[in-house]
Design a protein around this ligand. Structure first.
Ligand code: NAP
Length: 344
């Protein structure tokens, strides 16, 4: 089969289209003919060799796909509902091995697409929307009227969080670069913040002097400490990324990584208690072992999708063979919404 392979850790050009051995489904797995691949910021970190648990090169990167079931191997249990069968349209969370024509995935991580959902939407939903939903509602227990600050609000997870916040009746603060401000207002961000021009702590405190209920922060480094300053009593800081460690050139830099690490605050338990706030860590990769929980969250997301309350924004689709250009596009922060790879 054709696959995009990381030849060595490095910049986008290390992605190379190769002919590799076909994916083989083992017991309990489903073989999927891939139609669309979701490109995540995490894939960039995998390629650079700074993603937790990343294999040694050569390897096939990527975390999510949509496609058609080719066959299931005995013992493949898809969780609730009808067993999967050849021809079913599905989405799946993979651990690497997504940038290819075929993927073999444990059945528990495969979900049948609801009627009417395209492969593009199917590949754009799992990572972004599960991360946002799990953070905001399973862990965060947000209620209508609560105020949330969403960093990177025009990105993949960011737009998912904005749509979910609107569906729940939250007040939304959102940060993004200067070119994306107009877009933030268009999608219903109440307080669009250009982080190049304004200090987001000041803006949040101006409109909510007592502090807000949640900040979603995937930036890391000094951003975690500043986000924490936005919280009021019962506030929750969700830490779910460390984008500050990667730069626009797509090259690994120990200095940049170390600087971000040194700028990361420590949260003392007694201080958290004293201020009555929480710091919540979210890592979708870890939650995959709780497949029942993810399935419940996805069912809720499918209902919101069918009701027209959420809809992935596909920023740009590249053919599989142009995966390096897709990575470069995200490094340069050009994407609004999701970037996909289409597979012929
Ligand atoms: N923990 C989890 O399970 C989990 C799951 C999914 C994603 N994540 C994390 O969530 C973040 C967003 O992921 P995504 O796939 O949705 O990507 P994305 O938001 O679609 O793309 C990255 C965007 O982040 C913004 N950004 C802000 N500061 C940045 C910086 N220092 N370096 C690079 N980009 C910066 C840029 O938008 P502006 O132009 O507006 O600055 C950029 O366009 C990443 O950190 C990712 O690792 C974590």
């Amino acid at each position: 089969m054709r696959a995009l392979v990381v030849r060595r850790y490095g910049p986008p050009e290390v992605l190379e289209l190769q002919q590799v051995a076909d994916a083989q489904a083992k017991a309990g797995e489903v073989l999927i003919r891939v139609k669309a691949v979701g490109v995540n910021f995490a894939d960039l970190l995998q390629r650079m060799g700074i993603y937790p648990g990343v294999p040694k090169p050569p390897f096939i990167p990527g975390l999510e796909i949509a496609g058609v079931v080719e066959r299931t191997v005995e013992g493949a249990r898809p969780g609730e509902g009808e067993p999967l069968k050849p021809g079913d349209a599905v989405m799946a969370l993979t651990q690497f091995n997504a940038y290819a024509e075929w993927a073999a995935v444990p059945a528990a991580q495969v979900y049948r697409l609801p009627a009417g959902m395209t492969f593009a939407d199917g590949a754009a939903i799992p990572v972004n929307y599960l991360t946002a939903y799990h953070s905001m509602f399973t862990m965060g227990n947000l209620r209508p009227g609560d105020r949330i600050l969403i960093h990177g609000a025009a990105g993949g997870v960011g737009i998912a969080a904005v749509q979910l916040a609107r569906a729940k009746g939250l007040v939304i603060f959102g940060t993004a670069g200067p070119a994306k401000q107009e877009y933030l207002r268009k999608i219903g961000v109440d307080h669009a913040i250009d982080y190049e021009k304004s200090d987001f702590v000041q803006i949040v405190r101006k409109f909510a002097p007592e502090g807000i209920e949640m900040v979603m922060d995937p930036i890391g480094g000094k951003s975690f400490g500043r986000s924490y300053k936005c919280l009021g009593p019962a506030g929750r800081l969700v830490v779910y990324g460390f984008s500050a460690a990667s730069g626009p050139d797509g090259k690994r830099s120990w200095l940049r990584g170390l600087t971000a690490l040194l700028q990361t605050p420590r949260f003392h338990p007694l201080k958290l208690m004293g201020q009555s706030v929480s710091v919540i860590g979210v890592n979708l990769g870890k939650i995959q072992s709780r497949s029942g929980l993810l399935r419940m969250e996805l069912d809720e997301l499918f209902q919101l999708y069918s009701a027209g309350k959420i809809k992935p924004v596909i920023g740009k689709t590249f053919p599989l063979e142009q995966g390096a250009a897709a990575h470069q596009y995200i490094h340069e922060r050009k994407n609004i919404g999701k970037v996909l790879l289409s597979v012929r």
